[in-house]
Design a protein around this ligand. Structure first.
Ligand SMILES: Cc1ncc(COP(=O)(O)O)c(C=O)c1O
Length: 458
């Protein structure tokens, strides 16, 4: 067995991957990626792919930057680790918390570091309850989230999320104290309901849920500005702001899960306030915070929350690697690069081009909907455009398209019948053209194959 095959074989023999499907993993060797630069990946056989997935919604500044490697190496050499528990700190953690306070909206001037997005959600959940308790509102322990949401994979964050397929029967989830309201999926809104009426309906449903649970028992509402892994769910105009206003009326903390939407994906540092007009009490972020160069997450929260928590009490939450010096150094360099290269402006401009070009795919017979904003997008594949009926599950259309695209040198992510994309912010026009051309080709090839197999599409 040569070294190359060794990797796949060793992996198959010993690794348990996140979200793996046991039977298919046992049957098929994993794709071994060896190198990355900018928007591109190369596999172990030297095949090049344009990674329109952006790693996993995270490689915002693009891969292979020497400057990042140098910043990481320099910090590892100077101080690879020192904890930030109780009253110890170091330069990178202090500087990064100040920088995050500077770029976060409103009075979100306080930062609690975590190890990624899930632990940020978990920590925000705990902080919300802690905050209310400090203010004497001891009953506020319940939270509300939405259908089709993904908030991570710790016990608490997976329980808060509600995406079809995530809550498998073999695992146990926390249900008590966690409530859900409808997904704001404009494409799949009830037939003959206008978008504004749909928005009214969602807000009324939220109010009704709050009344049912009891507003005095609800600590927080969790919301991704655009529900990413749930299928790039595009809410109706004004939705997020109105949900935030409802939260304000009832003293419910509005927690924006900006793990995907943060750090430029929608052309702003954060999207809840600057894109959708909703000022969060907390922002959970990760991914683009370091562009995936180091694992790191953060809860950025308001001065009001910080003030309320003061006193003769312990904040008994945090991780060995909270504020890890090397991860913080990477995040600082990443933010510096985004600023220096004006990547927020670039993402705005190229994001508009990306959406325009992708929209042309809606004419394809298999495509029911192309949606997104900035550099996050989804193609929803259907059997019938008019009725929006799905193809049978066993067709596995999203995976067939992504496999075909992979053969054409393009990576898109399948989620059920969807194909989602979140390319690095540094993507160029030529690369956008490549993504759209190859995806069109892949969808066409899959549609032809399905038609040949007698599957009805139209
Ligand atoms: C919106 C959202 N929140 C939270 C998470 C969890 O982040 P992590 O995988 O870094 O724990 C993800 C991951 O995809 C996400 O998309």
């Amino acid at each position: 067995m040569d070294h190359i095959n060794d990797i796949a074989a060793l992996d198959q023999a010993h690794a348990l991957h996140p979200w793996t499907h046991f039977d298919s993993f046992a049957a098929e060797a994993p794709l071994v990626i060896e190198r990355g630069e900018g928007c591109h990946l190369w596999d172990r056989d030297g095949r090049q792919y344009l990674d329109a997935v952006g790693g996993l919604w995270c490689t915002n500044i693009g891969l292979g930057r020497r400057e990042m490697a140098e910043a990481i190496a320099a910090q590892a050499e100077k101080l690879a680790f020192s904890n930030t528990f109780v009253d110890m700190t170091h330069g990178p953690a202090a500087l990064l918390s100040a920088k995050l306070a500077e770029i976060a909206p409103g009075n979100l001037n306080r930062v609690h570091f975590t190890t990624g997005g899930s632990t940020a959600i978990d920590s925000a959940y705990r902080m919300a309850v802690y905050y209310h308790r400090c203010r004497g509102e001891i009953e506020r322990t319940h939270v509300i989230a939405r259908d089709d949401s993904y908030h991570g994979s710790t016990f608490a964050s997976i329980s808060i999320g509600k995406r079809a397929g995530d809550k498998v029967p073999e695992f146990h989830y926390k249900a008590e104290g966690i409530h859900h309201v409808s997904s704001p999926n404009s494409y799949r809104r009830p037939e003959r309901m206008s978008a504004p009426a749909f928005c009214d309906h969602l807000v009324a449903e939220f109010e009704a849920k709050i009344a049912e649970v009891g507003p005095e028992r609800i600590a927080a509402f969790f919301a991704e500005p655009i529900q990413a892994s749930g299928g790039v769910i595009m809410p109706p105009e004004g939705y997020l702001r109105r949900m935030w206003q409802v939260c304000q009326t009832h003293g419910i903390l509005f927690i924006a899960d900006e793990v995907v939407t943060g750090f430029g994906r929608l052309g702003k540092w954060f999207a809840a306030k600057d894109v959708f007009g909703a000022q969060p009490d907390m922002i959970c972020c990760a991914k683009g915070l370091s562009s995936g160069y180091q694992p790191i997450g953060a809860v950025i929260f308001s001065d009001d929350i910080y003030e309320a928590m003061q006193g003769d009490r312990w904040y008994a939450s945090g991780f060995t690697y909270s504020g890890h010096p090397v991860a913080c150094a990477a995040a600082l360099k990443n933010i510096e690069i985004i600023e220096r290269e004006d990547l927020l402006a670039h993402a705005t401009e190229i994001g508009a081009y990306f959406q325009d070009r992708l929209a042309t795919l809606s004419d394809l017979p298999l495509v029911g909907c192309v949606r997104g904003k900035g550099l996050i997008a989804c193609v929803e594949n259907v059997a019938d455009k008019a009725s929006k009926t799905l193809l049978p599950d066993e067709v596995d259309v999203g995976k067939r398209i992504s496999d075909t695209a992979e053969g054409l040198g393009l990576m898109v992510r399948p989620i059920g019948h969807l194909n989602v994309m979140s390319p690095p912010l540094v993507i160029t026009r030529d690369q956008v053209d490549f993504v759209v051309d190859k995806l069109e080709q892949a969808i066409g090839q899959v549609a032809d194959a399905l038609t040949r197999d007698g599957v009805k599409i139209g």
